[in-house]
Design a binder for this molecule. Sequence first.
Ligand code: NAI
Ligand code: MG
Length: 356
Amino acid sequence: MKHYSIASVPGDGIGPEVIGAGVAVLQALAQHSNRFSLDVTGFDYGSDHYRKYGVMMPADALDRLRGFDAIYFGAVGAPDIPDHITLWGLRLAICQGFDQYANVRPTRILQGLRSPLRDCSTADLDWVIVRENSEGEYAGQGGRSHRGHPEEVATEVSIFTRAGVARIMRFAFQLARSRPRKHITVVTKSNAQRHGMVLWDEIASSTAAEYPDVTWDKMLVDAMTVRMVHDPASLDVIVATNLHADILSDLAAALAGSIGIAPTANLNPERTYPSMFEPIHGSAFDITGKGIANPVGAFWTAAQMLEHLGEMDAAARLMNAVEQVTANGPRTRDLGGDATTVQVTNAVIAAIEAGH
Ligand code: NAI
Ligand code: MG
């Protein structure tokens, strides 16, 4: 019997609601498997921690998290604290501290759900967005001078390194190779951004030469939004910079039915550090505490976590149970239903138990 130690960081807003649901589902899976057990240790990092101690997490937080097999993360952000403080103080600090450079965001239309696109069938939309997660536009380079004066200046510098671009391209081409269509689209903006994005393009093209079995094409990011809407079936794996993929993956989630279902894996592929799994949505202030948050994004990313741990059967069983529920209900309000988070969670647990 394998044993896994999971750190949970539910964070802010609906984070604790969906992560609580996800932990209940994971424990149900473990109970119905004779292959593994899980213990989950909660960390109360986030905006409450900031209000009490002036920091989102303690200085030794990464040391405390380092020994876990994976991190299960909710969301971060509060209405009364600036977003750059909450995001950099917690989520980005963990992603960058643990070199989780490959952010993997699968998107497809789950059973029973419908795309807002007219005539888009389940087979037409099956993508994985690979987001560069360690540098680019979110490298944190830049600064402000002459604060408050008329001559105030602020810079936000994008960083593209050969090593950083090469490793994400290799990861994305490798992923494309493992999928039936073996196709990848490289998203760029090298017409207007003529340094970093040109290096990005050059490395994409030299990486492509190493993967002759993978077909590839290149799209400017603005045109990419059009292609996602008009020709979703032409896409398979998509690789994009930190900022571009951040934006495109919210669009992808909406095209697949709801932001509430979309998952993310922040991977450190070399496994030097733990990887982190989270739904793609944020703290959703407008529905916090109402018990109506869709937990499906948290469930799907729990399946990604199980895959990362090597528990392929349990991951498949979880997605099966989730899709039985998306197909037959109950569904939360963002998917046109009126169920609560708890009702959906109980239905998924019942489907896991029935499937055993
Ligand atoms: P958001 O994802 O929190 O909410 C956008 C809209 O989607 C809202 O109407 C919300 O109710 C809805 N929504 C989100 N998740 C849902 C779910 N599971 N079920 C049903 N409806 C759902 O994005 P927003 O409003 O831009 O950001 C709110 C806060 O979250 C900000 O502080 C932001 O910085 C933070 N944020 C944090 C992220 C993270 O921790 N990874 C990611 C995105 C935003
Ligand atoms: Mg985002």
